[in-house]
Design a protein around this ligand. Structure first.
Ligand SMILES: NC(=O)c1ccc[n+]([C@@H]2O[C@H](COP(=O)([O-])OP(=O)(O)OC[C@H]3O[C@@H](n4cnc5c(N)ncnc54)[C@H](O)[C@@H]3O)[C@@H](O)[C@H]2O)c1
Length: 532
């Protein structure tokens, strides 16, 4: 399985293709000791995202964990992964793992002696599955967002309190080295106390459109993009600032996708689904990707799940343009916007501080261009036309730091490994081998359920604000204690370069004599904490 191919419509920046990471962001682990029992994992929700975990547990991390059961509402998708797992493990056929329906989480944990349940269902089901897995006696690894509603937050909080078990949130964006670097800059004190953050995220007409083809388009299933997608971004800001959101005001609407907008722009009749269409850049043909065909088209008869609905069809209840203002307890303000129909994909973050300013700019796909058949080219940088189209907006990333009275300097961004900006592979090491870590993470990247709560708190409050037209106090949502957990407190990070040399060191050529806080040499693994 191709780990970097988690989302067929997402950009594939060159930075994702690195195979050798930089020790500044790739942690070191002790080998598992002889006789160590492999943990028993079950995957609940065997759709596209499950692939990353299945590939890890049948590949790089098969020495520390094994998949022992599948759980899904669709037997066809479980069969598909069973075949993939069998192949990856070299079994010469399907793995033959037991399959369970959505109602059988508890029975599965019991019968298969499951240690950890990986939750990759659609967002609306997360909280219920998490609580049931915890109650059944398993720990949990859950995809973002933690949940979509206030009630979902309370369900998780109560289940953790009841069981004392561990919930790992897989916020992979934290592990993208460019995002870690911005945390590094802020924690170093180099730009002083943060007073405000401006954060703009542009989803293009390939990746952004994909949220309007299936369950994400239904607010009740995904919480809308401010929960589903922006929980990544709000988590980043919470983590960069090590702060807690306190008040949220939001405005937004469906202004591009959907039947009413198509009609207003004079678009003619549309195909009901993308598969089988030609020459339509808005359509996704599932037969063009064997993985999409196997997981969705070939299994559609089981549950009627259509992965390729038209983005201009009726029934879309989420927004495609969103603006949010978030006040933080510590006094900073975030201004945030998300657009889901941009001609390029990437993001810009500006962090203003009392001593200066940091600016992160990322271009993940510089242009969406069409091939001769009118289909969007997913990786324009792989074609000469794409390279030409990207001339003015090349794919890449740049972090600038500028202190008062000084020129701007470019901050060196270390190389990660794997997909999602080089973060997914590092995340997986932390998920599956964290008891073998040789040193605590000075970046504090590992996330738990409280981080998940703080992230969705912003989206849930924003959804409420868009309905009422009023700002929403996060405390009024009644989500319980949102204070940063002690074990996610950032260490006093001697940044790269260290703060003491801030005015003289060249961040592009770090001083080799400076001890790297993220490259440990002790031989004893550290405990990174549970149930964060
Ligand atoms: N971190 C990231 O970058 C990232 C990327 C993609 C997806 N995700 C997250 O992963 C999750 C899954 O996304 P996806 O694109 O794979 O969705 P998907 O619809 O392709 O897959 C979800 C699977 O869950 C099954 N399912 C539905 N309800 C269930 C239930 N109650 N119990 C068991 N199985 C159930 C479906 O049949 C399907 O097989 C989402 O929460 C999404 O936010 C995260």
């Amino acid at each position: 399985m191709n780990e970097s191919d988690q989302n067929p419509t997402a950009p594939r920046p060159a930075s994702s293709r690195a195979t050798e990471g930089d020790p500044a962001v790739v942690p070191a682990f002790a080998p598992p000791h002889a006789g160590r029992r492999r943990l028993r994992y079950a995957v609940v929700g065997t759709g596209h995202r499950a692939g990353m975990y299945v590939a890890a547990l049948t590949g790089d991390h098969a020495d520390v964990g094994e998949i022992v059961a599948w759980c899904d509402t669709n037997p066809g998708r479980m069969d598909w992964y069973d075949a993939q797992a069998g192949e990856a493990l070299g079994l010469g056929g399907p793995a033959g793992l037991p399959q369970y329906g959505a109602q059988d989480v508890e029975r599965m944990v019991d019968e298969q002696r499951v240690d950890v349940v990986v939750v990759t269902t659609p967002d609306v089901a997360h909280a219920g599955v998490v609580a049931r897995a915890l109650d059944a006696g398993a720990d949990v690894v859950v995809e973002k967002p933690l949940t979509t509603t206030v009630e979902g937050c309370r369900t998780v909080v109560r289940a953790v309190a009841r069981t004392g078990r561990d919930v790992v949130m897989t916020f992979n964006y934290r592990y993208a080295p460019r995002n870690s670097s911005l945390r590094d800059v802020i924690a170093s004190g180099r730009i002083g106390r943060v007073t405000s953050v401006h954060f703009e995220w542009a989803l293009d007409t390939v990746h952004g459109a994909d949220y309007f083809r299936r369950w994400h388009r239904d607010k009740a299933s995904s919480g809308g993009l401010l929960v589903h997608k922006s929980s990544h971004h709000f988590d980043l800001v919470n983590w960069w600032l090590h702060d807690v959101p306190s008040r949220v005001y939001a405005s937004g609407g469906l202004r591009f996708y959907g039947d009413a907008n198509a009609a207003a722009r004079g678009m003619g009749p549309r195909p009901e689904r993308g598969t089988g269409t030609t020459g339509d850049p808005w359509s996704l043909d599932l037969t063009h990707d064997p993985r999409l065909q196997g997981l969705y088209l070939d299994t559609e008869h089981h549950d009627g799940y259509r992965r390729d609905q038209d983005v201009f069809a009726p029934g879309i209840t989420i927004e495609d343009n969103m603006s949010v203002v978030v006040d933080y307890r510590g006094g900073a303000t975030l201004t945030y916007s998300l657009n889901a129909h941009a001609p390029w994909e990437g993001y810009r973050v500006t962090v203003n501080g009392t001593e200066g300013r940091a600016e992160l700019e990322v271009v993940e796909r510089g242009a969406v261009i069409l091939d001769a058949d009118g289909r969007a080219v997913l990786d324009p940088s792989a074609t000469p036309e794409g390279v030409a189209a990207q001339a003015a907006r090349p794919e890449g990333e740049r972090l600038l730091v500028q202190r008062h009275w000084e020129a701007a300097r470019e901050w060196r961004i270390p190389r990660g490994v794997g997909g999602h900006g080089g973060g997914d592979a590092i995340l997986l090491m932390d998920v599956f081998r964290r008891d073998l870590r040789l040193a605590a993470d000075p970046l504090g990247r590992a996330a738990g359920y409280r981080d998940g709560l703080r992230a969705v708190a912003v989206g849930i409050a924003a959804n409420r604000s868009m309905v009422t037209g009023q700002p929403v106090l996060v405390d009024d949502l009644g989500l319980g204690d949102l204070a940063p957990a002690v074990d996610t407190e950032p260490a006093a990070v001697p940044a790269t370069p260290p703060a003491g040399t801030a005015t003289t060191a060249d961040p592009t050529t770090p001083d080799p004599t400076t001890p790297d806080p993220t490259t440990p040499d002790p031989t004893t693994p550290v405990t990174t904490g549970a149930a964060r």
